[in-house]
Design a protein around this ligand. Structure first.
Ligand SMILES: O=C(O)CCC(=O)C(=O)O
Length: 264
């Protein structure tokens, strides 16, 4: 369990590579034993809180991609232990080049057996934050071969501004595929071994394949922001939804430091 809090020493080149590519994959961040302690409790909480009952074939592309449960830390002690772990937070801070990070929110993303693709997108479309000092840790809770739809990244695409106004949809998949090909961004689509974790920036374009296996692709994610990031004036419905859910009471222009955004 100490692994959750103990620092992991990163190669000094990691930060430069992260800045260049907009993402970083690290092997063996956690041992198989640590992942095994969290997989079943987190999966049970996902099942308990899930409200999607429609069969896959009746859902739209977004809802075929995954079951999405947010802020598990608020309803489940074991999930809270995981989300509040210092190891991932310290890696996030190091990659961002900041002294401290706060929690934006966590979310479990379970791609069911037969679940569809996650279309190309950049997360920060959804976030009314005044800074790009944001980063997501994507933690698969089993080995994730290509057939299960691991997360894949367009290297260097955090510098591309085209397509930042697209929500996750068939349209984002189509037009970003075209824009990323035109911009000659190379895609990194690789299996994740057990214990591997990826970190991606809020503006990095990423997507995932379908889950062609007969097992759920269980993933826990934690989204961090640099301490000091402020709430920007919300300008779309997704911003208002995030404001209410993840930073209640914070006013535009203020540092995002509600009780839901502890320094980790
Ligand atoms: O897990 C997925 O399929 C998508 C994950 C994602 O988009 C994210 O964590 O930002």
């Amino acid at each position: 369990m100490n692994e959750l809090d103990e620092p992991l020493s990163l190669d000094p080149e990691c930060r430069a590579r992260y800045e260049r590519d907009g993402f970083m994959k690290l092997k063996l961040v956690f041992s198989a034993e640590t992942i095994a302690q969290f997989r079943d409790p987190i999966s049970s909480e996902v099942v308990r809180r899930n409200s999607v009952t429609a069969p896959l074939e009746e859902r739209d592309t977004y809802h075929k991609a995954f079951l999405q449960i947010t802020n598990l830390w608020r309803t489940h002690d074991t999930a809270r232990r995981f989300v509040f772990g210092k190891r991932l937070a310290m890696i996030a801070a190091q990659l961002l080049g900041v002294p401290r990070v706060r929690l934006y929110h966590d979310q479990a993303l379970y791609k069911e057996p037969g679940g569809g693709i996650t279309p190309w997108h950049a997360d920060q479309f959804y976030w009314p934050l005044d800074s790009d000092k944001t980063i997501t840790a994507w933690v698969p809770l089993q080995p994730t071969p290509l057939e299960m739809g691991p997360l894949a990244f367009a290297a260097g695409s955090h510098r591309m501004t085209i397509g930042r106004d697209l929500e996750i949809s068939d349209e984002s998949e189509r037009s970003l595929k075209e824009a990323l090909a035109a911009g000659r961004f190379s895609e990194v689509n690789e299996a994740f071994e057990l214990g591997a974790v990826s970190f991606h920036s809020g503006w990095t374009f990423h997507h995932a394949g379908a889950n062609c296996s007969d097992r759920p692709r269980a993933v826990m994610t934690i989204i961090y922001m640099a301490d000091g990031v402020r709430l920007a004036e919300p300008s779309r419905k997704q911003h208002f939804a995030d404001w209410e859910a993840f930073m209640p009471g914070v006013q535009p222009g203020d540092v995002v430091d509600s009780p839901l955004n502890p320094v980790l």
